[in-house]
Write a protein that binds this ligand. Sequence first.
Ligand code: IPE
Ligand code: IPE
Ligand code: MG
Length: 238
Amino acid sequence: MPRHVAIIMDGNGRWAKSRGLPRAAGHERGVEALRRTVEAAGKMGIEYLTLFSFSTENWRRPAEEVNALFGLLRAYVKRDLARLKAEGVRVRIIGSRENVPEDILELIGKAERDTQDNRGGNLTIAFNYGGREEIVRAAQGLARQVAEGTLTPDEIDADKFAGALDTSVLPDPDLLIRTSGEARISNFLLWQIAYAELVILDVLWPDFNGDHLAGAIAAFQTRERRFGALADEGREDG
Ligand code: IPE
Ligand code: IPE
Ligand code: MG
């Protein structure tokens, strides 16, 4: 089993368009797919699930759509937090806090605080998240420590850098799934996916279910992960 599964939940707009519905309707159905996925991942014993819900580049969309997406995050946290808490899920939100409405920051803080003692799985929502923005923010944090004299440049190594990212307490994803058939990363977890296995699925996010998740995991299980070393049969010591 992959320990950490990350998902780029893509295709809400196309799902809605193909049915003659407004894009917001696709996002609403997308939240239902998110719920199904959290539940399925829990049942399958996936320890870490990280979902991309709003990117730093999604601000380029019309304000109406941005507001609809923010509204759905609000509604999701308000409606599902008690259940996640009861189920023992630890919730984290990664991404920039910049330009995020105050009431959402409060909700995020509450979700994280209310579930911080939970040990029954980890749900991380990447909201207002961009991999480059996260890396830049981490670099600024380290530079600040150097300027203050609490860190020397030579002490900065890959572990130190990873520890300055929003994901510092999470293992790197083993499996990255993207729905809707697009074969790109779109600025998601750039640092963390160095050795993730990628699975691109043709399903649009609102149609995603536990069977799709199981299929992606089955694909993952056929992959041979090498991390730069030789495959087992290539090693002379057997
Ligand atoms: C994913 O669906 C949700 C977000 C990016 C917020 P899209 O809204 O990107 O749907 P498509 O890609 O236009 O179909
Ligand atoms: C990535 O999807 C962001 C989220 C799923 C939240 P996009 O739909 O924004 O990515 P592009 O624009 O197709 O690359
Ligand atoms: Mg998209």
